[in-house]
Design a protein around this ligand. Sequence first.
Ligand code: COI
Length: 356
Amino acid sequence: MEVTTLNDIEIISASNSKINSVDFENLTFGNVFTDHMLICDFKNGAWEAPIIKAYEPFTIDPSAKVFHYGQAIFEGMKGYRGKDGSIQVFRPEENWKRFNKSAYRMCMPEVPEEIFLGGLRELLKLDQAWVPAKEGCSLYIRPFMFATDEYVGVTPSTTYKFIIFNCPVGSYYSKPLRVRVETEYIRAAKGGVGFAKNAGNYGGSLFATQNANKDGYDQIIWTDAATHQYVEEAGTMNLMFVINGALVTAATGDTILDGVTRKSVLQIAKDWGMEVQERQLAVKELIEGIQNGSVTEAFGAGTAAVIAPIATIGFEGKDYDLPERKDSDFSVRVYNEINQIRLGEIPDTRNWVWKV
Ligand code: COI
């Protein structure tokens, strides 16, 4: 994929690198940050030239709108070190497009391709030593934008900051998950912002997830706001099921994030000749299907989680176990396929890999 070159950028290299203090053999998720970040300000109706500088805290006025009315959006992407040492990012243009859809919904300015992708390329060139080579590890890329107007009136901000920082990471989930069907709280409703990657969606999910954690579950299966009868997504990832040999997942819409891993998994399934059903899935059908053996696999799909197998689903106080995972399972094979594409081990026939 070609990206418009970013000519106007200032790069101030960090005076010291922190890289030697990082234990790349034991990476967890999201608490180690590379040497540099990209910052770009939106003022007077236009984006200024981005700056790449040392990763460090910065000052924001207490009245900045983001703190009060939540105009904040983000993305998640991953960069990999290919077997030949090259650095590649998985489908970043999809994240750029989705970021701008989130921006539109939250009354924020769109970020041009040359800043989002061109800036990312410059940042990755500078911090390329940080892309882990270890199996199962990657560089998690976190672009985000927030409102900076110093004004407490409830109106869209006129100024914003767009930032990208990166973290070398290991797995987001380290074992097959126990998830619970949520039938009291909701994540998103029709006409709302569930499809956007805005910070409030995640803040709003914490309480119910924390309750589930206390009861021994790792994550929640959100259900539809109107009836709590249909499976939606997990908040940190989309949800997928193999039912009678077909791949079933909620259709995208107001309440479902249009996941990049989701669409990649669906495309691979179709290419392999598997039936794909994007439809409403009743919790009742899911639970009965686990009991009668027609539901053979359940897993989450997301950038951070990649493919996260689900071992157990809790519903109305009872646990329902999925069959043991086998190498022949679709979720295992599709993970391997995506992984091999990202590492350059098999041809990238779908043009998904973006070389830095
Ligand atoms: C991602 O998969 O990139 C996410 O945004 C999920 C989570 C880490 C918030």
